[in-house]
Design a protein around this ligand. Structure first.
Ligand code: SF4
Length: 164
């Protein structure tokens, strides 16, 4: 399986807590007005890396904090699950997505990834809500969830599902 990657940024302090490696993934269906990087929208854009190659490049950076951004990372959920398995459980992982948590919860195939990450920032960028003083967010509509909150949200959906 391959990943469509826009770029790998080794040292960021604005994409989650601490010094982080950021993997920017290609393809985004949200098309927010004022998007910082419209060239990220094309799902056939960027370059293709194997899972192994991507994991090796991330390991080489050295820190154990990884941010998945884009683009829309959830378009590549299966490949990202494989990547995180290869990296191991000691990586602290933050996920940026243009989907709302409520939309994510409707898609069961995304639940395993949501349960693996340590933090999630949700929602599209809304230009009228731009606030450069907020940490880790582009606009104030975006919400930050920690692992406990994500687990509770996913488990409450699973518990209420007729299939369980
Ligand atoms: S979700 Fe992010 S990458 Fe996608 S259009 Fe919105 S701001 Fe751009």
């Amino acid at each position: 399986m391959m990943l469509r990657v826009l770029s790998l940024l080794p040292d960021s302090v604005v994409d989650g807590p601490g010094l982080r490696t950021v993997l920017f993934l290609a393809g985004c269906p949200h098309h927010c007005i004022g998007c910082h990087n419209p060239s990220s929208w094309d799902p056939a854009g960027g370059v293709e890396w194997t899972i192994e190659e991507t994991a090796e490049r991330i390991r080489k950076v050295g820190n154990r904090r990884l941010t998945l951004s884009g683009g829309e990372p959830l378009l590549q959920t299966s490949a990202l699950m494989q990547l995180l398995e290869q990296l191991g459980s000691d990586y602290d992982v933050i996920l940026y997505t243009g989907y709302l948590l409520e939309e994510i919860l409707q898609r069961r195939r995304w639940h395993p990834l949501i349960l693996r990450v340590d933090g999630l920032i949700d929602g599209p960028f809304i230009q009228s809500k731009l606030d450069q003083t907020t940490s880790f967010r582009g606009s104030t509509n975006q919400r930050i969830y920690n692992r406990k909150q994500l687990e509770e949200a996913v488990y409450s959906i699973d518990k209420n599902s007729p299939s369980h």
